[in-house]
Write a protein that binds this ligand. Structure first.
Ligand code: ZN
Length: 245
């Protein structure tokens, strides 16, 4: 069961994530980030205004049926995206829905995402495209979207945006940033050549070289002024082997 301290900490980390995603131009005035509250059938989500403006006290608690049980709200109209994913994906601890520019543009291309570089490596098993660009504001639409998502890490909502899932707040944010950059890189490359996926052999070499993806998180907190350098360095020093930020 989640303790009060855990929930308080999760709200702060969610707010930090919203600020990083906005700084990276993944989030704008719309979009929402959520996190599963461990041991419960509830999650935390930012209310229906620009995420970067949210304080921890604004963060709402919502059930897996999509009902707000704490926080002033209102919650986003597309909250069914989050509730449907948490109901169906026990492996998912964080969900982002955004209307990021390059994800929308690439989601309009039938070729879809081609994993040709480091940024795209975690999406090597594909990013499905959901053809319905309506707002996912009801359970039936959300259920169909989750079926299309399957076990993947992300899905494009054609002409609308994308949804990215991860093990928790920071992992979801980093994946979303990588997806947006991968889309941007591919669109650039497609303007003058044919994009080919990285070969399996090369991918193995890239994976072998990879650092812990969470290493970028302290840098992102610093880059976007979310925390002071001293506070970020203090949290790095307390890291234990195998722990992420
Ligand atoms: Zn949307």
């Amino acid at each position: 069961m989640a303790t009060r301290t855990t929930v308080t900490e999760l709200k702060q980390r969610l707010v930090d994530g919203l600020r990083v995603l906005t700084g990276e131009e993944v989030l704008s005035g719309s979009g929402h980030l959520s996190v599963r509250i461990p041991g419960t059938e509830t999650f935390l989500i930012n209310p229906r205004f620009a995420g970067v403006l949210a304080d921890p006290k604004d963060i709402c608690t919502v059930t897996f049926e999509g009902r707000r049980i704490a926080g002033k709200g209102p919650i986003p109209s597309e909250t069914p995206i989050h509730s449907a994913i948490y109901r169906n994906r026990a492996d998912v601890g964080g969900v982002l829905h955004c209307h990021a520019r390059y994800s929308i543009l690439l989601g309009l291309q039938d070729i879809g995402l081609v994993p040709f570089n480091r940024e795209a490596r975690m999406f090597a098993d594909g990013v499905p495209i959901f053809p319905d660009s309506h707002g996912i504001n009801n359970d039936d639409l959300a259920r169909r979207m989750v079926e299309t998502l399957g076990a993947h890490h992300a899905i494009f909502l054609r002409g609308h945006g994308c949804v990215v899932v991860g093990p928790g707040i920071e992992g979801t944010c980093i994946s979303a940033i990588q997806l947006e950059r991968a889309c941007q890189d591919q669109l650039f490359l497609m303007s003058f050549t044919t994009v080919k996926p990285i070969t399996d052999a090369s991918r193995a070499r890239v994976n072998a070289r990879l650092e812990n993806p969470y290493r970028s998180w302290p840098f992102l907190l610093y880059k976007h002024g979310v925390k002071s350098k001293a506070r970020i360095r203090a949290s790095i020093r307390t890291l234990k082997e195998g722990e992420h930020y």
